[in-house]
Design a protein around this ligand. Structure first.
Ligand SMILES: Cc1cc2nc3c(=O)[nH]c(=O)nc-3n(C[C@H](O)[C@H](O)[C@H](O)COP(=O)(O)OP(=O)(O)OC[C@H]3O[C@@H](n4cnc5c(N)ncnc54)[C@H](O)[C@@H]3O)c2cc1C
Length: 472
């Protein structure tokens, strides 16, 4: 069994560490930020290492399913600590979803505000035999020794900011979207990792609310809703709280006034399916101002370049490997899938066989994780182009049949109980469009249902109405 050092005690780092420790590896997690402060995780936990720490998160059914299989005690802990069990179909009005079906159980999940989620994962990690979490331990770079491949550094551990070192048979980078892995590797003579990097181009204006149990907002539609010039996210959470995010293009300067809570409230009030999520007359009490996050990136990393590893003894998992625009709520699920891919590979390949491990991890990541990432990036690109069209007044057109199908499915989901399940399956990462629309009859039916629907079928203002709402 191997000595593994995981860098970063975020959602993916802790999960990866637990999975590898359960398999008998000796695992140490190194985390720069402090530990959770007992019960007051929402107000008191300082997490400068995770910029989205107080931004809305939805846990998708795919995460729930994978976690139930891999580490069911995490799901139990999350429920015990106030996480809200949800079913993404059952929560919809019956007129939208029709009668419940046995197969709807696949849409079960449990969700919470990010600090609550992470504290639950950390609690289970803290009870895991063979796993040590060292908080307040910042990583400054990697240390290397002699490897199998000439000219390719072999990572043998990490260097800490306090000057210490921690040896490892395998280093797993889970330091998130701001990972410095590329510069750590080039500093020890490695070739630069390959990968893609592009500005995601979205900005989030988000607020959290709370209300007593009998005044929780009614769910009238699916959590992600697209409108002219913006999207809305309405996300239930733990302890009677929930979040609403207004998501738009960073290029939309007129909408930057959304950082003002009064403007934000005035805008939300114009969307009939979501207005009550922020309405004080419906009992919504804001527990935050408007939290703004932008500058997010679509990026992914490859540590095998031109057929050869740039380094051995080290892999990247979760956001350290790849990030996307988070409106689709997929980061946690993709990170968990990635962690399980590593767990499976380490059952087959000993880290001593460092070159094989590097090559195989690149292959299995490309086969099992990258398709989820690419699907998400493709959707982001289309949505950003659509928002650019709304801004310029020249509606976005594309001949990509995948996007035409996505739009048709969105419209069909408002009127057809099969379509709402298909849309929720894809949104939950339980099925791909390729799987659902392999049968031309199914695809044809959805296109027919969506044909002729307006670009934005849900009720809400057009751009002129939105700007008027902003001006009060
Ligand atoms: C605005 C926003 C909303 C999101 N909403 C959702 C959602 O609804 N659903 C969803 O599934 N996903 C969502 N995501 C994505 C999700 O937050 C990430 O996918 C997830 O946090 C990735 O976990 P991670 O462990 O890989 O990285 P992180 O959570 O970023 O954790 C990285 C950890 O590494 C530590 N670290 C960094 N550098 C060092 C160092 N040098 N030494 C030691 N420690 C270090 C950090 O302190 C941190 O603890 C959202 C993201 C954003 C930006």
């Amino acid at each position: 069994m191997a000595t593994v050092v995981v860098l970063g005690a975020g959602m993916t780092g802790l999960t990866t560490a637990m999975l590898l420790a359960r398999d008998g590896n000796r695992v140490t997690v190194l985390e720069r930020d402090p530990a959770p402060p007992g019960d007051a995780v929402w107000t008191a936990w300082q997490r400068p290492g995770v910029s989205q720490f107080r931004h809305p998160h939805l846990v998708l059914p795919r995460w729930h399913r994978e976690m139930e299989e891999a580490l069911p005690e995490v799901v139990d802990e999350l429920v015990a600590s106030g996480g809200r069990p949800l079913n993404l179909i059952a929560m919809l009005p019956e007129r939208v979803r029709g009668p419940l079906r046995d197969s709807d159980r696949q849409f079960d999940t449990v969700t919470a505000r990010r600090p609550v989620l992470e504290a639950a994962v950390a609690a289970v990690a803290g009870r895991t035999a063979g796993l040590t979490v060292r908080r307040g331990a910042g990583v400054a770079g990697v240390s290397t020794g002699t490897g199998e491949l000439p000219g390719v550094p072999h990572v043998t551990g990490v260097r800490l900011t306090d000057g210490g070192t921690v040896p490892a048979d395998l280093v797993v980078d889970c330091t998130g979207g701001r990972s410095r892995l590329g510069s750590w590797l080039t500093a020890v003579g490695a070739r630069r990792p390959a990968g893609e990097r592009d500005t995601a181009g979205f900005v989030y204006y988000a607020r959290h609310f709370r209300a007593p149990a009998d005044r929780q907002p009614a769910v009238l539609t699916r959590p992600l809703q697209h409108y002219d010039s913006l999207s809305l996210l309405t996300l239930p959470a733990d302890h009677g709280t929930w979040a609403v995010a207004i998501v738009t293009s960073s290029a939309d300067r007129r909408l930057r006034a959304l950082r003002d809570p009064a403007v934000w409230q005035s805008v939300l009030a114009r969307y009939p399916l979501a207005a009550h999520w922020g309405s004080t007359t419906h009992g919504a009490e804001p527990i935050t101002g408007v939290d703004v996050i932008a500058g997010l990136q679509d990026r992914s990393l490859r540590l095998v370049v031109d057929g050869d590893p740039v380094a051995t003894g080290l892999v990247a998992v979760g956001d350290a490997w790849g990030t996307t625009n988070p409106a689709l709520g997929r980061g946690l699920s993709i990170g968990l899938v990635h962690a399980r891919v590593l767990q499976q590979l380490l059952r087959e390949v000993d880290p001593v066989d460092a070159e094989k491990l590097a090559r195989r991890f690149d292959e299995v990541t490309a086969a099992e994780v990258e398709p989820l990432h690419r699907m998400t990036v493709a959707s982001d690109r289309h949505r950003l182009a659509e928002l650019a069209g709304d801004l310029s007044g020249v509606p976005y057109e594309t001949d990509d049949p995948g996007w035409a199908m996505t739009r048709a499915l969105t419209a069909a989901a408002a009127v057809d109980t099969d379509a709402v399940r298909m849309g929720t399956s894809i949104g939950s990462l339980l099925a791909t469009p390729g799987q659902l629309f392999a049968d031309p009859a199914v695809a044809g039916r959805i296109m027919a249902l969506g044909a002729g629907a307006p670009r934005y079928p849900m009720p809400g203002p057009d751009r002129a109405g939105l700007l008027a709402a902003m001006d009060g």
